[in-house]
Each structure stands twice: as structure tokens, then as C-alpha cells.
Ligand binder design. Sequence first.
Ligand SMILES: Nc1[nH]c(=O)nc2c1ncn2[C@H]1C[C@H](O)[C@@H](COP(=O)(O)OP(=O)(O)OP(=O)(O)O)O1
Length: 171
Amino acid sequence: MIEATLCFPLRTISRGDDPTADGDDGREVLLIEKRRGLGEGWYNGPGGKCEPGETPQECAVRETREEVGLDVRDLEKAGELRFLLDGEVHTFCHVFRTRSFTGEPTPSEEARPEWVPIGDVPYDQMWEDDRLWLPGVLEGKTVRGEFRFEGGEPLDEAAFVDHDLEWDVSF
Ligand SMILES: Nc1[nH]c(=O)nc2c1ncn2[C@H]1C[C@H](O)[C@@H](COP(=O)(O)OP(=O)(O)OP(=O)(O)O)O1
């Protein structure tokens, strides 16, 4: 089983009196377009696999720095997601969000970062499960979820079959 993390940096930008602004109040999330590894070509939060001896929080901080050059702090745990492949736990993923960070998002070999209004998150270019749990996470909720895939490795080519979700959990 792989233990992994995802981190969603959030900010609110001022849109002034822009009449074309939509209903997300200038709230944005930093997504990456993943350039290699699992989920290559899709959007996600920065993140990756935990290294031995590392806490999930430390992993999320390290991966965000490595992938997009942003130093995140004060991470808030927002979710625990279990991704099952053919009945076995493939990845256990800790999800964090934060409004505290320093630095400017910078592309790396692994990722191209992009600030996205939370109403414009490109769910059709993401893992199929994301549309089920990410909107709530971006609204400040906590979630525990299990997502079942079938069809063998790699996970990102397997079929998403079904899921269970529990909201407002404590960690
Ligand atoms: N079903 C799914 N939905 C989702 O949103 N993210 C998923 C997912 N399954 C895996 N992930 C994420 C969790 C984690 O951030 C990442 C793990 O992918 P990888 O194993 O390719 O990690 P990395 O590319 O960061 O590799 P390392 O740099 O070697 O850790 O994929």
C-alpha cells in the first residue's frame, strides 16, 4: 500500500467591481498539471508518496516545495481517501489545505502550477473521483472516502466503479 498526500493551497484575490466575476468571491486554489507519474496529464493538487519516517504533513510540505516551489505552513487536514484497486488498498491519501504559504508557484519537471477559481476547477481533466470530494474540501469540509477501481495496474487506467463518502469527520 502506498501512503501519499495531496495539498490544496487556497487564496482569495480581490476582483474589484468586475461584473463578469462569478460566484466564487475570488477564491482560488493552486492546482498542478501533472507532468509525470500517476495521473500524468491530469490536474490535481501538489503531492506525492510519503518517504520512510516522514509524517503525512511533512510529506505534503516537501512535495509542494519540490513540485511548485511553494513553502506551505499551518496545514489543515481535510481528508483521508482510500483508493482500492481490485479489492486491495492501493493508495491511502491524506488531503490537506492551507491559506499560509510563501513563495511564487514555479513550474518543475513534475508539475505546472496554476491558480484556478474554485468555480472553474477542471473536473473533466482530473481523476474521476475528484468531483465527488474536492468541491467539499474547497468549501472547508472534512471527508473520509473509499473509492474502488477495477481492471489492474496502473490505477490511472483502471475503471472507477463505486465509492463511499462520509463528511464532517474529525481526524
Ligand atoms: N484516485 C486518485 N485521485 C486523486 O485525486 N489523486 C490520486 C488518486 N490516486 C493517486 N492520487 C495521487 C496521490 C498522490 O499525490 C499521487 C501519487 O502519485 P505518484 O505515485 O506518481 O507520486 P509522485 O508523482 O509524486 O511520485 P513521487 O514524487 O515519487 O512521490 O497521486
